[in-house]
Design a protein around this ligand. Structure first.
Ligand SMILES: [Zn+2]
Length: 248
């Protein structure tokens, strides 16, 4: 994981600080403005992904050695492609918006920073509805004592949850987990099917109680706010870097 990140960061710095990046984008996109934006998006998404693949595959091999993997390499590749189908249009849209803004106003970075922050909040809110279903199937937990116990746990903590769902995690892993995702109207408790088949009901309650603790401590809004501020600051730093004369 860390190796993949470092390699991707090195690649980005290399492309960004030399003429290599501009050359690559031009080669991809040709002469048109839209083409260059598309070229930049493809380079920004595909190159780090390809570079990180050996590291990710190595991680899978290690997890497999510990009996945590239930999915074949075909499914693994399908997940990689699914991830790309999400990140490519998002990156293209974001880049397109930033370039269009920069063409209209010199204060593009203010709007881009605000947009990045707003997008971070929107993604955190929408992720349970839009992105999670692309990777797993979620079914409402059957009515019964366990579902009642989990809802009672949430109620005791003063946490409103929309539903208790079971994720088909067993298609990828034998690992046991649960989580609470979304906020406001999209908040729900999600329990891995692996947990339900392996653990006793009281043990499932224990895991969910831990996850509800994250909600009570406001970890999701806090993480989202931190991410939003980070995204905005990142845009400002980027704006400062790309206009810094000595670097140019
Ligand atoms: Zn935790």
């Amino acid at each position: 994981m860390l190796g993949g990140r470092v390699a991707a960061l090195g690649l980005m710095l290399g492309l960004g600080l030399t003429a290599g990046g501009a050359g690559l984008v031009a080669a991809f996109g040709g002469g048109t403005w839209g083409g260059r934006v598309a070229g930049a998006a493809v380079s920004l998404v595909l190159l780090p992904e390809v570079l990180g693949l050996p590291f990710a595959a190595r991680g899978r091999v290690v997890r497999r050695r510990f009996g945590l993997v239930t999915q074949g390499w075909g499914g693994w590749w399908a997940d990689v492609l699914r991830g790309l189908l999400i990140s490519l249009p998002l990156t293209f849209g974001a880049l397109f918006a930033v370039y269009a803004l920069a063409g209209v106003t010199g204060h593009w970075w203010v709007w881009a920073a605000l947009g990045a922050a707003a997008l971070t909040v929107l993604m955190s809110w929408a992720a349970p509805m839009i992105f999670e279903p692309l990777f797993n199937r979620f079914t409402p937990m059957e009515p019964g004592p366990l579902r009642d116990a989990l809802l009672a746990l949430a109620a005791r903590d003063g946490v409103t949850v929309e539903d208790v769902l079971v994720a088909d995690a067993s298609r990828r892993t034998t690992a046991l987990n649960a989580y609470v995702s979304g906020f406001g109207r999209t908040r729900r408790i999600v329990v891995y099917d692996t947990l339900l088949t392996t653990a006793q009901p009281r043990e499932v309650e224990l895991v969910v109680a831990h996850e509800l603790g994250h909600v009570v401590h406001r970890d999701v809004p806090r993480g989202t706010a931190l991410g939003a501020v980070g995204a905005a600051v990142g845009v400002c730093v980027l704006a400062a870097v790309v206009t810094w004369r000595p670097l140019l």
